[in-house]
Design a protein around this ligand. Structure first.
Ligand SMILES: *Cc1c(COP(=O)(O)O)cnc(C)c1O
Length: 385
């Protein structure tokens, strides 16, 4: 196996899910987001582990993700959060993927396709309500009409209703008020449906930040993503929860690991890597690490990540290349040997100097992007403890 790999700790993953579940009513369902290859952690393995930890649903973004899960024996209900094109609808049906529906054209497309397959059962769909995210969904005042269209169709069943929050991760007064308005609009949409005598099915709205900041909005199901992979949506939420005395002890699931593939002696005045941005001010040893931006270890990480070898953190020198970078291990460093393991980021309690949150904070992004950015040539290696 290559020196560079992503270690995925499924024990941490399952503990995160169990910790999250413990904050909610036992009957509240949990829909674990495994879209984007399980936020980079590996969709199939995470889906299996999620089921073991008590997940009721899995959330995916596109049809191919659903097919991959089905072909690997995953039998949980799959909720597809993004829209697909008409050509993909036969596969949505074939692989029992639950789509989000929010207009009559889509309802008709599904109904026609189900008619062709001669389905004798009703196919569940969830109705998305746009209460202020500005992405997919009907307006709350259309909920009754669209729910009726679903119920009146020949083959569709209203399996659930959902909405998505835009600023649930912010705790400014203005944003809290906005999120509360979204929640109220969702309740109104549900009421409009119920007043027509239609069962709204599973009602769900909480992504990770909403689940943590507004647990009383759990309704029938929550849809956490980032927290099951061990990261808070942001530091604000984490601080807020700690202040309330809630510590679910989330642990990062992914660690990016590499190894020393060569050690080279550099003399004072010698430069390293493209652009010669670093020149040795004294004699030193440089370890060559076979990992770069082609693995998702981006150039802008070079001032932030301090890779750890045998418990010591070292500085990256010069630019990170596509496939390699150089690490200054100091002169005659006998504690670092060729083929030693290097931890680039991950669980700090297991020796990493930084986690994906630290990298995200320093590069003006979110841990989601750091994890999903680890590319497909990086093998995912699964451990359980
Ligand atoms: C991705 C997604 C989630 C999970 O979001 P997190 O912030 O990772 O918890 C929930 N609901 C919808 C609609 C999503 O797109």
């Amino acid at each position: 196996m290559r020196l560079t790999y992503a270690q995925i700790n499924l024990g941490n993953f399952k503990n995160n899910i169990k910790g999250i579940k413990s904050l909610f009513k036992p009957e509240t369902k949990i829909c674990v987001a495994v879209k984007a290859n399980g936020y980079g952690n590996g969709a199939v393995q995470c889906a299996k582990a999620a089921k073991e930890a008590g997940a009721d649903f899995l959330a995916i973004a596109c049809v191919s993700e659903g097919i991959e899960l089905r072909q690997n024996g995953i039998d949980l209900p799959l909720l597809m959060l993004s829209l697909c094109c008409p050509e993909e609808i036969p596969e949505v049906i074939k692989y029992s993927i639950t789509p989000l529906i929010f207009d009559k054209e889509i309802i008709a497309l599904y109904d026609e396709e189900l008619e062709k397959t001669g389905a004798s059962f009703k196919f569940p769909v969830h109705m998305a309500v746009d209460t202020g995210m500005g992405r997919v969904g009907i307006r709350p005042d259309e909920a009754g009409e669209i729910a009726s269209a679903i119920v009146d169709s020949k083959h569709l069943l209203l399996g659930g209703m959902c909405t998505h929050f835009a600023v649930a991760d912010s705790l400014t007064d203005e944003d809290i008020a906005y999120t509360e308005k979204q929640y109220d609009a969702f309740l109104t949409a549900i009421k409009n449906v119920e007043q027509l005598g239609i069962n709204p099915g599973i009602r769900h709205c909480c992504n990770s930040p909403a689940a943590l900041n507004h647990p009383d909005w759990q309704l029938d199901m929550i849809r956490p993503g980032i927290i099951v992979y061990g990261y808070y949506p942001d530091q604000i939420t984490k601080d807020y929860l700690l202040k309330k005395g809630i510590d679910i002890d989330l642990k990062p699931v992914m660690s990016l690991v590499s190894g020393v593939c060569a050690i080279r002696h550099f003399s004072k005045g010698q430069s390293v890597s493209y652009g010669h941005t670093w020149t040795a001010s004294e004699d030193t040893d440089i370890a060559i690490i076979p990992c770069g931006y082609g693995d998702g270890f981006l150039r802008r990480f070079n001032e932030i990540v301090k890779p750890v070898i045998n418990g010591c953190a070292y500085s990256i020198r010069g630019r990170i290349c596509m496939d390699q970078f150089m690490l200054d291990i100091g002169k005659s460093n006998s504690s670092v040997k060729r083929w030693d393991k290097v931890i680039l980021f991950g669980d700090k309690s297991q020796g990493a100097f930084v986690d994906a949150q630290d990298i995200a904070d320093a590069t003006n992004t979110i841990p989601y992007e750091i994890m999903t950015g680890i590319t497909s040539r990086v093998e995912r290696v699964y451990i359980e403890q």
